[in-house]
Design a protein around this ligand. Structure first.
Ligand code: GLN
Length: 345
């Protein structure tokens, strides 16, 4: 008899939100405002970390830029600092393209093809491909992200690009456009990603032409966003897949929770365990300095600050997110002892 597997498909209606979920609410607006302001003031002069320079256009970013945005489940937002500064989305695009692929293939088929476990290696590791029989380990490091992009629906690169651009724009609630300078700069220097794509192809783990896939992936990473856009995208993942500003259903609730599961285990690359230990919510970072944090049911938080730690995660962003996770009550693992007799159970 085949043993029961945790991947056994249970009946799950993508169209209906489950009646019971495990989450509460953010504090009242005045408290959110005060705490976000405090986090900004506390870390705006923090000086450690280095701006990414392996993509030449990113090296020009002003290291002093710092912005924080929070968007709640009703679309209310609060933001502070450099909130109108545009930057390329980079790896923060990965969970959203994964969501699009899950929506097309089904999240179980996507798991089988891409994997959902962390690698313990840097985001652009070749070792992680060589050491694992499945080759891609998850959709949030470059190997799995390239494979994910190769699975985007569409027969041609043009069709795939439109699917990516449109879906990421729906997550953000506005039309996102490519930063041409970053795209040109990364296209001229992305030999490592080209190598990863060809290596995956050699293992039959890339599902579209390797050069066209790398080009699509590079374009996807070059989409320009603000910290407000990232907070709306995060809030959509916190809101069962419905954009809280436009009210558009961007993905179903079943896909939404799986995307968050992968972000929790792999969103900050080899430091994902430290992130979950300290912050306790799914997050995703990118080398241009953005980080999104999703508090399911409560809202999305985004930070932007270009100086990075050695794993490629924004330093001020991690500090501010840790501060806010504790004070806004975002940590999914936090509970308070009961202070009275049970009411319902
Ligand atoms: N486009 C970047 C790359 O592939 C994204 C990496 C990142 O943000 N960690 O190198």
């Amino acid at each position: 008899m085949t043993p029961l597997s945790m991947h056994e498909e249970l009946p799950f209606d993508e169209a209906t939100t489950p009646p019971h979920v495990s989450t509460g609410d953010l504090p009242v607006a005045a408290d959110v405002r005060a705490l976000v302001t405090e986090a900004y003031e506390r870390y705006r002069h923090h000086g450690s970390g280095d701006v990414a320079d392996y993509i030449p256009a990113l090296a020009q970013a002003d290291p002093d830029l710092f912005g924080i945005a929070v968007v709640g489940p009703w679309g209310r937002s609060f933001e502070i600092g450099d909130v109108t500064a545009g930057f390329s989305i980079q790896s923060v695009s990965k969970p959203f393209v994964f969501a699009l692929v899950c929506d097309t293939l089904g999240y179980e088929a996507a798991r089988v093809r891409l994997g959902v476990n962390s690698t313990g290696f840097p985001f652009d590791s070749l070792m992680a491909i060589e050491l694992n029989a499945q080759r891609t380990m998850n959709p949030l490091v470059n190997a799995g992200a390239l494979a994910t992009t190769s699975l985007v629906p569409g027969a041609t690169a043009g069709e795939k690009w439109e699917a990516i651009r449109q879906r990421l724009s729906a997550f953000a609630g506005r039309e996102l456009l490519v930063d041409d300078e970053v795209y040109a700069s990364e296209s001229a220097t992305n030999l490592r990603n080209q190598g990863i794509a060809h290596l995956l192809r050699s293992y039959d783990r890339l599902f579209f032409d390797p050069d066209e896939t790398t080009d699509l992936y590079t374009r996807q990473c070059s989409l320009e966003v603000t910290v407000h856009d990232l907070a709306v995208m995060a809030a959509t993942l916190a809101n069962g897949g419905v954009n809280p500003v436009t009210q558009e259903t961007v993905i179903g609730p079943g896909v939404c929770r799986r995307v968050l599961a992968v972000m929790a285990s792999a969103g900050l690359y080899e430091l994902s365990g430290d992130w979950l230990y300290q912050i306790g919510v799914p997050g995703k970072s990118g080398v241009s300095g953005g980080i999104i944090t999703v508090a399911p049911g409560k809202g999305g938080l985004a930070t932007y600050s270009p100086p990075l730690d050695e794993a490629g995660n924004s330093v001020r962003g991690q500090l501010a997110t840790k501060y806010l996770s504790e004070r806004l009550g975002l940590n999914l693992f936090a509970s308070a002892p009961s202070d009275g007799p049970p009411v319902q159970f």
